[in-house]
Design a protein around this ligand. Sequence first.
Ligand code: ATP
Ligand code: MG
Ligand code: MG
Ligand code: MG
Length: 477
Amino acid sequence: MQTAEIRRRWLDFFGERGHTIVPSASLVSDDPSLLFTVAGMVPFIPYLTGVVPAPYPRATSVQKCIRTLDIEEVGKTTRHGTFFQMNGNFSFGDYFKEGAIGYAWELLTTPESAGGLGFDEKDLWVTVYEDDQDAFDLWRKQGVPASRIQHRGKADNYWNTGQPGPGGPCSEIYFDRGPGYGIEGGPEADEDRYIEIWNLVFMQYLLSEVRSKTDFDIAGDLPRKNIDTGMGLERVAFLKQGVDNLYEIDQVRPVLDLASELSGRRYGADHGDDVRMRVVADHVRSALMLMADGVAPGNEGRGYVLRRLMRRTVRAMRLLGVEDPTFPALFAASRDAMRTAYPEVQTDYARIERTAVGEEETFLRTLAGGTTILDVAVGRTKGAGASQLPGDTAFQLHDTYGFPIDLTVEMAEEAGLSVDRGAFDRLMAEQRARAKADAKSKKKAIADLSVYGQFRAIGETEFRGYDYLQAEARVLG
Ligand code: ATP
Ligand code: MG
Ligand code: MG
Ligand code: MG
């Protein structure tokens, strides 16, 4: 089943059940404290918190998302993209747990021939919050055996905003890929074998005090209870398409194949190369979608994230042995795979391509500059009879020339040298500590801009403030 078909079935299913179909909002969130749209609920925050009355009792969408926090996972796990699409259904004081659980189970288990997603019930597991007896009973009512329902604590199955305001338990649905993919025992035991596909959030309490994600006081029931769900479109696509991971689905695979073709390296032959090809396929798509939503490469904020994605792509291609420009071909391939769902990548393509080509040229020049520095340092090291490149050279290359450490290591190795990683890591840690202190003061300023007052309902607080900067500091490291 093609990704577009899963998307269509989703919107039809919830549309037929009284949900207003809302087009995807931009990846660039309206909330100035949030860099990107990180979940399907983000555009609905004012309705979910009750700050603005919802114009409809129920809604559904397929929302474009960016999660930079997952960048280190890309290509290594089977299921994390920096860009992905979250299918959501939302109830604003309308149906609650029974409706949300009933719809989810119906859509997943209705046969494909009858318009559903056609999962075999026996392959599905669910988790519920430890105290949420209602949810447990409702899953049992759908016919899910108690042996495939696991209880989890606040860290996994509770949602709050990090501030006083709405909160509540979650329930998640997982697909068992089978014994070939890991150990038995449900999602508690192995989240690579049991793939999380859908998260149902039950917003039912008013929290008076929130000390942390797992430590808060409940003041009472919300006057209007809400439902917020998110299903990973790419995750369902990879499971339905019978491939091993989300980089091999129809919307992503063409770029992966092109990376393989351009490098002359076969996908599936070497683990390191496979990860690099998956990184290229993921990052090119994310960069394409960001540029289509108007983000331009730069040195801070959103532009910095975009620049990092593109540099990591160049790095990955170089590690695959390709030194010539590849962006024109790679971005065109991603455009072709994405334009049916997102026509803007086609209409804006001339601008996108110009930007991408410019970035690649600049970085390739930077690489050339860094290479000269590296050659000199290599000469000096060898001249002194040493076998290890000093850590401060690696740090300078990283800091001034944007050289990722594994690129420096690889190039040093080509010259028969190792790199003083200990010294490099120390310098990096010092720099991170400086950035963290810096960003802490920035974070305060950002928080003041919030348009939602005390109800800033952000599911992923780690995407803000210095946490974000920290994540970005790791991007090229
Ligand atoms: P995981 O535990 O796998 O990192 P999550 O619990 O962080 O996922 P949620 O915040 O619950 O994810 O988001 C709802 C759904 O969106 C998930 O169930 C999953 O299907 C999908 N999803 C989340 N992160 C990603 C990602 N980086 N790439 C693709 N799909 C994702
Ligand atoms: Mg996650
Ligand atoms: Mg999870
Ligand atoms: Mg989840």
